[in-house]
Design a protein around this ligand. Sequence first.
Ligand SMILES: Cc1ncc(COP(=O)(O)O)c(C=O)c1O
Length: 374
Amino acid sequence: MEKPLNPVTKALHARIETENANPAVTPIYQCSAFEADSPFFYTRKNNPNVSELEETVRILEEANFAIASACGMSAISMTLELLKPGDTLVVDPYIYGCSYRLFQRISERLGIQLKTADFSCEKDLEQISAKTCMVFFETPTNPFLKTVDIEKVSERLKSLNPKGLVVVDNTWATPLFQHPLKHGADVSLHSGTKYFSGHSDVMSGMTLTNREDLAQEFRDIRFYGGAILAPHSAWLTRRSLQTLNLRLEKQQQVTIEMRDFLRKQSQVAKVYYPNVDGKQLTGYGGIIFFEFSDNLEKHYQKFIQSLKLFNTGTGMACVTSMVAQPYSGSHASMTCEEKEQIGLGENLVRLCFGLENPDDLKNDLTNAFKLLES
Ligand SMILES: Cc1ncc(COP(=O)(O)O)c(C=O)c1O
């Protein structure tokens, strides 16, 4: 007769059978290891929650492949790993400040030629040459929400170097309103920490491509570099994506109303909102910029302190409204000269609108504007 197991051993191996239970949502697979011959194998390679998140974004962006990572910066880093010493990378300077700094750091270390070009300006496309191996940009741009014509950039690069890669950070446009791969991009990537999460409670990144070779390369880079996100983060992000369309519709509506309101304020010199052309960009969410008039930026601290409904933390595109000064926030890692070169001054303010009632937001801003002049 088999000797009964010691209770400690038995407890260690206790499992509940869930085969036919059909849970209403996929549970969190909080485990690092799977059966060696399963498609998951080890959570650094893959995990059911990560796969489900990837599939969700892949469907929304109508891409062939999606590879999730720990955050937006890891998605960008994975893309940079495609480059090798001696390659030329051309980036648009109107991008998130940390991305810009990352390009500088990596280029210096790896001996990559780094050039900048304002891709929203046709003349600057000449910066792309037969030596260019990769171009990187955001559209709408950050800041100023200018449009980069993805097709034009792609045509220029491919005509000079068919192997060159077009990489678009699609975070601000979202998979609902822009599909870079359909316009000639090789890679579209996201900080899922923004609209995907929408609640400022989880970080994630996503890299999309239609090319199988690139997808495999990204999976290998993620596996060896350890850039995968945790199952719980994947689960939370996937859950939030279920309301992405509702949040974006509402944010779009609130933002248009707030844009029109801001344009009427004497304390505001200019409001930036992107060109929603219905072809490349078919809608737009909640992130806009305005410039103070009459040097009112001197009172920026007073302005944000008097706002009651706008949080000042790092973050955006969530259900509550946020205010930030790109000069000292998102672009703090750029030097003063670099910021000056792109026309980024202390008078620029970024507002991200959440799901609050627009009348409440208008009242809050009106009070803060009035205090500036008192
Ligand atoms: C456009 C864009 N890309 C990438 C990132 C980096 O994303 P994460 O903070 O998730 O690493 C950000 C962060 O603000 C961003 O705005």
